[in-house]
Design a protein around this ligand. Sequence first.
Ligand SMILES: *[C@@H]1O[C@H](CO)[C@@H](O)[C@H](O)[C@H]1NC(C)=O
Ligand SMILES: *[C@@H]1O[C@H](CO)[C@@H](O)[C@H](O)[C@H]1NC(C)=O
Ligand SMILES: *[C@@H]1O[C@H](CO)[C@@H](O)[C@H](O)[C@H]1NC(C)=O
Ligand SMILES: *[C@@H]1O[C@H](CO)[C@@H](O)[C@H](O)[C@H]1NC(C)=O
Ligand SMILES: CC(=O)N[C@H]1CO[C@H](CO)[C@@H](O)[C@@H]1O
Ligand SMILES: [Ca+2]
Ligand SMILES: [Ca+2]
Length: 570
Amino acid sequence: MLSQLLLLFTAVLLCCGNCAFATTVDWWESATLYQIYPRSFMDSDGDGVGDLNGITSRLEYLKEIGVTATWLSPIFESPMADMGYDVSNFTNIDPLFGTMEDFDVMIAKAHKLGLKIILDFVPNHSSDECEWFQKSIRREDGYDDFYMWEDGKIDSQTGERVPPSNWVSVFSGSMWTWNEQRQQYYLHQFLAKQPDLNFSNPMVREYMQAVLQFWVDRGVDGFRIDAVPHIGEKQYANGTYPDEPRSGWSDDPNSYNYHDHIYTKDQPLTLEVVYEWRKFFDEYKNQNGGDTIALIAEAYSSVDVLSDYINNGTHAGTQIPMNFNLMSLDSHSTARNVEQLTKVWMDTIWERHHSANWVLGNHDNDRLATRMSQRKVYLMTMLVHALPGTSVTYYGEEIGMSNVDTECTEVSCEDRDPERTPMQWTNSAHAGFTTGPTTWLPVSSDYEVINVATERGVARSTLQIFKGMTKLKQTPAFKAFKDDNGFSFGAVSEQVFQVVRTAVKREEYRILINMGNSIEYLYGLANQTMEYVLLSPYSPHSYGEKVDLSQRIYLMPFEAVVLYSSAESS
Ligand SMILES: *[C@@H]1O[C@H](CO)[C@@H](O)[C@H](O)[C@H]1NC(C)=O
Ligand SMILES: *[C@@H]1O[C@H](CO)[C@@H](O)[C@H](O)[C@H]1NC(C)=O
Ligand SMILES: *[C@@H]1O[C@H](CO)[C@@H](O)[C@H](O)[C@H]1NC(C)=O
Ligand SMILES: *[C@@H]1O[C@H](CO)[C@@H](O)[C@H](O)[C@H]1NC(C)=O
Ligand SMILES: CC(=O)N[C@H]1CO[C@H](CO)[C@@H](O)[C@@H]1O
Ligand SMILES: [Ca+2]
Ligand SMILES: [Ca+2]
């Protein structure tokens, strides 16, 4: 009897261990995420700058291409010293993008269409023009410790006042800037115009939580948190700040790479804050109902650190710490390189949390077509949607937009402008982005060929492949990815990457991607016959054609295919 009970117990325990993952898949776990850079998506009023009404007018497009949720780069009130990543009021819309009413209309329409809206939250700092910072300079009641103020040290040799530590900001130069009025240094991990908030201060935490609440009350479905690792800094109990050691990667003491950032990145305080936000969202959902609020983190950190951001064993944090590994692929990368990069994630994060996401690009990096070449865009599109988990696409990548040579203008002079140019909608003036005479950044010269309207009409365009893949993501075989044997993937030759997705009822999809420029022959891949259901531009195969995988099969250079079989058909 006792042993039977024990057996029963063990069975239950085992099942909890394994089956907890096998049950339901929450919306964010297999979502198709899409990043919009609001300045460049769609202009509604002819001033050449994208805006909220523009986005609202294109929500049907997002629906059409199978997007689950879109995250918007910052739309908050800002002096735009860092393109909106310097927020002066966290609960106001910048007039450049529209009004709060425009925002409400956008959210309402998105929800009606079944789309979710995720906002970019920039907590590591505010603009120096934020009222909080102004109050802090004046040491107004409650705001005294809102930012990171310090007297600095007296250099024993020169007798001069020097910053409290040797820390170098991400954009180079000291992380500490002297403020004449307050007669103290303040800390800024980024620009001097972006003073860091003091997250050891309970009032700061309270204010930032109130900001999050403000937006979820307005219907926002999640947040992408900017620059997460930079939230907390190390300070000793005696009030001093430890200098950071040399990294050996740079000889320029003013460069961010000069130091190893062991005291200004991924500090325990940062994890604590992330856990606090997640707790707040979970409680909010428990009280108000609705879907899970997603917390996405931008953190260029190691997988071990990312693992702790998700869950450190006792506390849950971000559901989606963005996985930037695939962004290191270039035009020479092979299927084996893809395998190595995916393995890094699967061996740690998947092992520990059964969670995966794949990011191909964003507003801080070269476009996919530029990094890997135009004809590999659809290969990567197939890859990120074939892999289990969440896919993240930067606007314009679904049609294969490239970097554009931009020149400095009064509005912007950024080395990151080339990947931020206007979305290419049609082959008419300004690619249909605006009805006005100019655009804030130039439209790519390739817009007459690479645009939504044209690609919509071509059966095997990059856009149609994107749509085909997002549709597959909705099938049981793709949704069942937490079950044992739900998927497998890896390189089947140096150049061919394979992903197999299987549903419980023996429905199977097999995605084969040839990353190389020669014909690839594969022998005895599986003991079954499958059917071609999705084909890349250079494929000589046709839809509905059958292929016997126990025999030799071939893939043309840069060919990618999706094969299908079900228990009935084989
Ligand atoms: C932000 O703007 C709102 C509305 O104008 C205002 O009520 C609030 O005090 C502002 N907050 C800050 C920090 O300036
Ligand atoms: C941050 O706030 C805490 C709590 O209010 C305070 O003790 C600490 O001195 C502040 N830190 C800085 C660098 O101002
Ligand atoms: C402050 O504490 C740290 C760590 O315990 C120590 O290394 C440092 O020398 C102390 N500094 C001063 C000025 O007491
Ligand atoms: C997880 O983080 C929390 C909050 O920072 C901490 O109190 C707890 O000890 C950590 N748990 C583990 C297992 O490290
Ligand atoms: C990682 C990183 O640098 N993220 C953002 C943090 O904030 C700065 C300054 O606002 C942005 O430029 C970065 O993109
Ligand atoms: Ca506009
Ligand atoms: Ca900080």
